[in-house]
Design a protein around this ligand. Structure first.
Ligand code: AMP
Length: 112
């Protein structure tokens, strides 16, 4: 499958890593939209939030269990926002489930 984040998760394409374990990888976004902008992905392919099921949702729980430590390791000290874009109207550009962690400044209240 020709999936950018599968390749990053497998180490075939380099990334600026913040955290990794056997199931997930966190790395700095290549085009940051905040002073700190980290992406967290499952290594296994899940296309989007629409594709999270009772069978594969454990990885989402694992990602959220790791997010506080990932945010801290990335230098976030005063709160953050977690976003997943889904589908056309959500402006999802990479069709592999990922969570944006944004922080390092007071973020705008309005999200769209
Ligand atoms: P989304 O628009 O929610 O699908 O988010 C995709 C994100 O992936 C965007 O914020 C991009 O800047 C980011 N991105 C794309 N390619 C890379 C890459 N090679 N390394 C790190 N981040 C990337």
């Amino acid at each position: 499958m020709d999936c950018l984040f599968c390749k990053i998760g497998a180490g075939d394409i380099p990334s600026n890593k913040v955290y990794e374990d056997e199931k997930i990888l966190a790395f700095h976004d290549i085009a940051p939209q905040a002073p700190v902008h980290v992406l967290v992905i499952p290594r296994a392919h899940i296309a989007s939030a629409n594709d999270v099921t009772a069978t594969n949702s454990e990885i989402v729980a694992h990602i959220f269990t790791c997010i506080p430590a990932i945010a801290k390791k990335a230098g976030i000290t005063n709160g953050y926002r977690v976003i997943t874009n889904c589908g056309e109207d959500g402006c999802q550009s990479v069709k592999h489930l990922h969570f944006h962690i944004l922080g390092g400044k007071k973020l705008p209240e309005n999200m769209g």
